[in-house]
Design a protein around this ligand. Sequence first.
Ligand code: UT7
Length: 334
Amino acid sequence: MTKLTAAITAVGKYLPEYVLTNKILETMVETNDEWIISRTGIKERRILKEDGKGTSFMAIKACENLIEKSDLNPKEIDLVIVATATPDMQAASTAAFVAAKIGATNAFAFDMDSACSSFLYGMSTVAAFIESGKYKKVLLIGADKNSSMIDYKDRTTCIIFGDGAAAVLFEPNSEGLGLQDEYLRTDGNGREFLKVMKGGSSYPLKKGEEFGNSEEYFIKQEGRTVFKNAVFNMADSCARILEANNLKKEDIDWLAAHQANKRIIDATANRMELEESQVMINIEKYGNTTSATLPLLLADYESQLKKGDKIIFAAFGGGFSWGAIYFKWAYNTK
Ligand code: UT7
């Protein structure tokens, strides 16, 4: 029997209209355009402003974009996974709502959260479902409304994060394209360095307490510690995956790395000795969109990708969580 691999066959994206530029941030906190660009590579980010619209709003739009581009019949979708660190609600799952709204009435659906590694881990999860032979069309959506957990008085975080979503369709492939190999790790000792302390089950919002009065309802990170761990672990995961698959730098067509900080991406690419032209980059437009960075790269670079292209995906995020995936692209864009 031919071995089935999990290939990507379509992508779609959605970004909110509102553009939060570095210039606007200069009016909100003590910062400046030059500092933000030189320390992070970010020029602007998108923010979902409208009250009552959550992560599902962007996820649904990204799926609709994918469905329109690919002529996918939503009724044929078997499984919908939303990778997100900012679900609409504590209960029920964002994925269930997304599946219902896009008409995926024959699918089951669930959310996955591992902070900025959510989409990378989602790829591994989807591949296992597809390789089982039981599931033929699986939607993996990376979506985050990071603005919902940002304190816009904290200059160390508000300059980094943005909102956005992108959706990817996985299908079985018998030509050996799609997910080839993976190296994924976590270390929960890292959670102290990047977290939203309150609002979960350990420290739930108390009756009478106003959300927004405590900084602990917003993202806090020890930037330098996260930075150092990100650089080391993303580069290390990539080196391991190259070695395990006998790949040299010239064999790689693309590096698709989590877009958290341009300096982290550059350090990873340098360690792999890649040329600039091999590195996907869009952080300047969107900032760090957490679970959406990797699929947004695919959506933005789709027209340049060719069947058989070898891509290394890499991510690092809260948890700590990190890893790398070796992937072969399955189609040429018409
Ligand atoms: O997605 C995964 C999770 N996140 C990450 O991977 C992010 C990892 N960390 C980073 O990207 C970087 O650590 C930051 C972008 C968050 C910060 O950059 P940095 O180069 O590590 O800056 P720093 O924290 O070492 O701060 C350097 C200086 C400090 O001033 P002093 O103490 O040297 O006087 C900060 O107070 O820069 C100051 N600073 C700022 N200045 C202007 C911090 N934020 C700002 C700001 N504008 N927005």
